[in-house]
Design a protein around this ligand. Structure first.
Ligand code: UDP
Length: 240
């Protein structure tokens, strides 16, 4: 029998890439299904789950800016891209019978509820999965920052930071350096000072200031979510 969950409420950060599978762009229905099943499994164990979805599989503001576009405009496009990921994820979860709400930081009220903190918390208490779309609603930020911000706001006990193709945080880029070593535990400060790839520095600072633990793990094996919720040490743990 599975041990009791070690968390009551978590925030899962899913990059756009984690829904892309082996495609070059967009969302892969098979990945969405697998990720949805893994999320539902932990909700069924009594864990409240909020999700921040990224948009990098569709659009990144930096890319538009590099091509000469106004950065803010490009970032708004990026935020809209996250909405395009939130909806298939909602669909995937609801097909499994899991109630969900998409809450958007940009108002698109025909499509998603506006983000209202107390309402988000109420949804979670009722066992609904809340998917936060449109990041923070501000250009020059990322969905990592949104994950940090929302986790603090809703009193999530930890951020589960999903990565693809890597097991956690390394002392060097494992895609370039085969000698790179997986780090099992680092502090927020150490990660910031060494420039380790946990999340961007703005997001990481916010987690440090508010002592939010971050579990960085490989989402290619989506059972990792359940393992972390069971208290198993998977990937890298970042604490203060
Ligand atoms: N973005 C933004 N403000 C936010 C969150 C996201 O401007 O609060 C934009 C930004 O352009 C970013 C894009 O949305 O590149 C997609 O988000 P992100 O790159 O964080 O997605 P991920 O890498 O997690 O897939």
């Amino acid at each position: 029998e599975a041990p009791a969950p070690v968390f009551g409420r978590i925030l899962l950060k899913l990059s756009g890439e984690s829904l892309m599978g082996s495609l070059d762009y967009g969302t892969d229905p098979e990945r969405v299904k697998a990720v949805s099943a893994a999320i539902k499994a932990v909700v069924d164990r009594g864990v409240q789950v909020a999700i921040v979805v990224g948009g990098g599989n569709i659009y990144r503001g930096m890319k538009g800016a590099a091509a000469g576009m106004d950065r803010a405009t490009a970032d708004y496009m990026g935020m809209l891209a996250t909405v395009l990921n939130a909806l298939p994820l909602q669909d995937g979860l609801e097909r499994l019978g899991q109630n969900t709400r998409v809450m958007s930081a940009l108002t698109i009220h025909e499509v998603a509820e506006p983000y209202i903190r107390r309402r988000a918390m109420r949804h979670l208490e009722k066992g609904r999965v809340v998917i936060f779309a449109a990041g923070t609603g501000n250009p020059f930020f990322t969905t990592d920052t949104a994950a940090a911000l929302r986790s603090v706001e809703i009193h999530a006990e930890a951020i589960l930071m999903a990565k693809n193709g890597v097991e956690g945080v390394y002392d060097d880029d494992p895609r370039e350096n085969p000698e790179a070593m997986l780090l099992r535990h680092v502090t927020h400060m150490e990660a910031l000072q060494r420039g380790l790839k946990v999340m961007d520095s703005t997001a990481l600072s916010l987690c440090m200031d508010n002592k939010v633990p971050i579990h960085v793990f490989n989402m290619d094996d989506e059972r990792n979510i359940d393992r972390i919720v069971s208290g198993e040490r998977v990937g890298t743990l970042v604490t203060s």
